[in-house]
Ligand binder design. Sequence first.
Ligand SMILES: Nc1ncnc2c1ncn2[C@@H]1O[C@H](COP(=O)(O)OP(=O)(O)OP(=O)(O)O)[C@@H](O)[C@H]1O
Ligand SMILES: [Mg+2]
Length: 253
Amino acid sequence: MSTLAVRNLTVAYGRVNALEDVSFDVPQGKLVTLIGANGAGKSTLLKALMGSLPIHSGSIALDGTAIGHAPVVERVRRGMSLIPEKRALFGSMRVEDNLLLGAYTRRRRTDLARELARIYTLFPILQARRGQLAGTLSGGEQQMVAIGRALIARPKILLLDEPSIGLAPKIVQQIMEVVVALRREEGLTVILVEQNARLALRNADLAYLIELGRIVKSGSSQAMADDPDLLRSYLGSARRNECESSAVQGRAA
Ligand SMILES: Nc1ncnc2c1ncn2[C@@H]1O[C@H](COP(=O)(O)OP(=O)(O)OP(=O)(O)O)[C@@H](O)[C@H]1O
Ligand SMILES: [Mg+2]
């Protein structure tokens, strides 16, 4: 069964459609990437999936249950977690308190220490910075806190909005390695939104290309990476924000 099934989704800001007739599937345990240029509708799509933006028409099903009109908290309870573009940390709270905020929907509170330890194993730098105010962290560290806060709720499906934005290639690589490992070792399902198509295709199983609010192309990451149109428009060698490092290896099998 597919974890997430989206059918004929339309989302509008006022009278302007930001997404039109969007349909796609995210199979259980796969890393799916949504790529597209600035303003294509990628963040809009993630917000609609998470429920922070209402849908105009169409449907969203998570594990066979219609959730297209469910409140955010209900989707969180069902295992969905979004790491937004702007990370949305509480800058004047300590790193560890930011992480613990992610656990508020968990019923059992006994294993929080173990959950924190797990996050610190994934991102050791956060353990060293656990008492520091989140607002004083570097951009990469803040992204790690945002991911850690999402993971502490033990999501089944993680929605990641441009985790690479503004970060050095080395940090991007470290973050992608964690995401790929979680997918491989724990069967986490991931939707990765990226403008950096090369980075996304190197790590994903499946890819969808969004242009002007519509899905215009889809396929395996390998097929998409070899697509001549895509190569010309999105994988050109002169792209800004490019992470050429080949060290993010091992497209999830
Ligand atoms: N709150 C809003 N009100 C009106 N229009 C909006 C709003 N948010 C986004 N839009 C518009 O919807 C379109 C899609 O925006 P969205 O943020 O989803 O793009 P994106 O693909 O995430 O782009 P980027 O790569 O720059 O983050 C854009 O034309 C944008 O201007
Ligand atoms: Mg965006």
